[in-house]
Design a protein around this ligand. Structure first.
Ligand SMILES: [Zn+2]
Ligand SMILES: [Zn+2]
Length: 294
């Protein structure tokens, strides 16, 4: 039985598909290219203590922008917050260079709606409604290939709220400018701390390499996080709780728990969910409120 894809919020228009692929290509190739330049000229730009420090600060902000901002706030509305904090989360989330907010939200909501079913946008088990049998292709499709062969998700259907909010809509419209700040701001900090050589090192490692690393960590939740690890009780899909990913991505690797309890702000076990602990702290400081918990 064939499905009318547009009726379930999947875009088949050629122009939109090509635009989506172009956004994905540049978002991925720029940080990858910078990382390769850094490796190729490693002796000329090997990281210093200053570079590593700038890397960790921006990495922390960026992981929180992705986990708390893009995922738990903009997609799942796990808490409420002020316009200022929403803007901050929108900027830090956009720094991850994983597409404009409205598209990230739409793809992720579609992933939850059809989790590991034929219409899932990035399941290891389905590629455009065709089952995937090969183990490597399962990983490869869920990790990165879906961004170049999959059909885009209709933001008008799946992300109405982010489109109608001027702050998240503005972040989506200014996506490329925010990507530029994501890569250039570490360079500016490096320049201010110790001059032009450090600016270049920080651009490469705290800018490009940071985004490259976060790309692969986030995509690992889609690939490894739907293949390896235990399941939470009442799980109805292939999402897994993966300890290394939970540690590296501040709790986001507790992915089976998250699929069972999508709107909760704090995953269990809570001590492994650093993002959830940050949300608890923000709540105590009255930065966020109406925090959802199970
Ligand atoms: Zn998932
Ligand atoms: Zn989610």
């Amino acid at each position: 039985m064939s499905i009318d894809l547009s009726s379930v919020g999947i875009i088949t228009g050629r122009k939109e598909i090509i635009t989506n692929y172009v956004v994905n290509t540049f978002s991925i190739l720029v940080p990858l290219g910078g990382t390769l330049v850094g490796l190729f000229f490693f002796s000329a730009c090997s990281p210093t203590v200053v570079t590593v420090s700038i890397f960790f600060v921006f990495f922390l902000l960026n992981v929180l922008g992705t986990a708390i901002g893009l995922h738990r706030y903009f997609t799942h509305r796990a808490f409420e917050t002020s316009s200022f904090f929403r803007l901050l989360l929108g900027i830090l989330g956009s720094w991850a260079m994983q597409g404009p907010i409205d598209r990230w939200v739409a793809d992720h909501r579609r992933h939850h709606r059809y989790s590991d079913q034929p219409l899932d946008v990035h399941s290891p088990y389905w590629n455009n409604q065709k089952p995937i049998d090969n183990g490597f292709m399962r990983f490869f499709h869920a990790h990165v290939l879906w961004m170049f062969v999959g059909l885009p998700t209709d933001t008008g259907l799946y992300a109405k709220d982010t489109l109608s909010d001027p702050i998240s809509r503005g972040c989506s419209q200014w996506y490329w400018s925010l990507c530029a700040t994501s890569l250039l701001l570490p360079a500016l900090v490096g320049y201010m701390v110790s001059g032009p050589d450090e600016a270049f090192r920080s651009f490469i490692w705290a800018g490009c390499f940071r985004v490259f690393l976060l790309h692969h960590l986030t995509w690992s939740v889609n690939s490894f996080g739907h293949m390896f690890g235990g399941k939470t009780e009442k799980s109805r899909d292939e999402a897994r709780n993966n300890l290394p990913l939970a540690l590296l991505l501040f709790g986001e690797g507790l992915h089976s728990y998250h699929h069972v309890h999508q709107s909760t702000a704090v995953n269990q076990p809570a001590y492994l969910d650093i993002s959830g602990q940050f949300i608890n702290l923000f709540e105590r400081l009255h930065i966020v409120w109406n925090v959802k918990r199970y």
